[in-house]
Design a protein around this ligand. Structure first.
Ligand SMILES: [Zn+2]
Length: 92
């Protein structure tokens, strides 16, 4: 996927999750994590190294996970996990 498409995906998903503030996207090589999010900068960082090996579906799941951190904070709370499940089921 091109960076432009990834940005569009992030934008669509954050709207769907009811997140009003814009979220920026950076693609950069990282050592271990697939992706991270800065809650202060509202910025998703996606590991460039994983992009050749993952499907669009997997990327979508990664992005949803990171966006939910914006909504629920740093912990994987019950609400976080429930919304994750709901949105992923909707997209099956
Ligand atoms: Zn997490």
């Amino acid at each position: 996927m091109y960076v432009k498409e990834i940005r569009r995906m992030v934008d669509n998903l954050r709207r769907e999750l009811g997140i009003e503030e814009k979220v920026s996207v950076r693609i950069k090589p990282m050592k271990r994590k697939k992706a991270t999010i800065s809650l202060i900068r509202k910025e998703i960082r996606i590991n460039k190294n994983i992009l050749p090996d993952i499907s669009e579906r997997e990327l979508m799941e990664i992005v949803v996970h990171e966006l939910l951190h914006l909504k629920y904070g740093i912990f994987h709370t019950r609400e976080f996990l429930e919304e994750m499940e709901v949105i992923l089921n909707k997209k099956k």
